[in-house]
Design a protein around this ligand. Structure first.
Ligand SMILES: O=C(O)c1ccccc1NCC(=O)[C@H](O)[C@H](O)COP(=O)(O)O
Length: 210
């Protein structure tokens, strides 16, 4: 089965087209005010319409309240991505609202793996991302790689997307060593925080798909 590849934090229709034409399966839009990739609801709605079914879409948010969730669901993304401290009960609740849910889990050490089978039984997709540095302004999109060898302790039948610091230089090794179900990335195809580069997106996708 081909790798599911998600590119997160796209902000323009042109770069959305670049990512889709290069073969991205899932496009992520960030709604988190402190992020350099933050978009307001009207821009996210416009970009989801622009994708128009050519790829799947997700809106990424952090510990959303009911009111925000209702606004996000009205934009009709394929998934809501949760990147905060949302519990499995919260994941279930959001699914009951009619959403498919991607849950991101921070991985820094062996103990962090305990949450993986638990959330795998509730979320539609799981992202295993690097634990953010203590002084990070946002819980994801920090370009940090975690120790992939930790993942050897997981049940091999668990499906997850590998995330955290993926770049054109480490993507082939990541696929070889980890053999994930999917990949998720943001900073690795940026020239500056929040600014994606078409050439890096194409090169990343070429190396990931070869
Ligand atoms: O991207 C952000 O700015 C962001 C802000 C708040 C919560 C999560 C965020 N990103 C989550 C993602 O899905 C990223 O793709 C993932 O953390 C990997 O990022 P990177 O290490 O930069 O590739």
């Amino acid at each position: 089965m081909p790798l599911l590849i998600k590119i997160c934090g796209l902000k323009s229709a042109e770069l959305v087209d670049t990512a889709i034409e290069a073969g991205a399966d899932l496009i992520g839009f960030v709604h988190f005010a402190k992020s350099p990739r933050h978009l307001d609801l009207s821009d996210i709605g416009r970009l989801i319409k622009h994708v128009n079914g050519r790829a799947q879409t997700t809106i990424l948010t952090v510990n959303p309240d009911e009111d925000l969730l209702e606004h996000l669901l009205a934009l009709d993304p394929d998934y809501i991505q949760l990147h905060g401290q949302e519990t499995v009960e919260r994941v279930d609740h959001i699914k009951n609202m009619g959403a498919r849910v991607i849950k991101a889990l921070p991985i820094g050490d062996r103990e962090d793996l305990d949450a993986v089978p638990l959330y795998a039984a509730h979320a539609d997709l799981l992202i295993l991302d690097a634990k953010p540095p203590a002084d990070a302004a946002h819980p994801g999109g920090n370009g940090e790689v975690f120790d992939w060898t930790l993942l050897k302790a997981l049940d091999p039948s668990l499906k997850f997307m590998l995330s955290g610091g993926l770049t054109i230089d480490n993507v082939e090794q990541a696929i070889r060593d980890v053999q994930p179900f999917g990949l998720d990335l943001s900073s690795g195809v940026e020239v500056r925080k929040g600014e994606k580069d078409a050439g890096l997106i194409k090169e990343f996708m070429r190396r990931a798909r070869d």
